[in-house]
Design a protein around this ligand. Structure first.
Ligand SMILES: [Zn+2]
Length: 107
């Protein structure tokens, strides 16, 4: 593991392993944010599809009077949404954390 990469802010070569630029202190986009956005990129189409499918299933069951059969599917659907919401909260929390660290006008 050797080599450097240019700093996004000041352009100086910074060790790849370094968490932040030794010259300007700029912290590159963290691995967690990439993971979060990747998860979000996968979760959004999956959620959209799941919402359509399970929403249709729930409506169909409601119409047929067999909503009990769709119970586990609806529980799964809610679970997926809760998981997605938590992912969004974690990603947003981490992104604001780095933003406030660089100095925000808000007090
Ligand atoms: Zn820099």
């Amino acid at each position: 593991m050797s080599g450097t990469e240019p700093c996004e802010r000041c352009g100086s070569q910074r060790p790849r392993a370094a968490a932040r630029c030794p010259d300007c202190g700029h912290e590159p986009t963290s691995r967690w944010r990439y993971v979060g956005w990747l998860a979000l990129g996968i979760a959004v189409p999956v959620l959209a599809l799941a919402t359509v499918l399970l929403g249709y299933l729930a409506l169909f069951s409601l119409q047929q009077g067999t909503i009990g059969a769709a119970g586990p599917a609806i529980a799964l659907w809610i679970g997926i949404w809760v998981g997605a919401a938590l992912t969004v909260v974690i990603v947003y929390d981490r992104s604001t954390e780095t933003r406030t660290a660089t100095g925000s006008p808000e007090r």
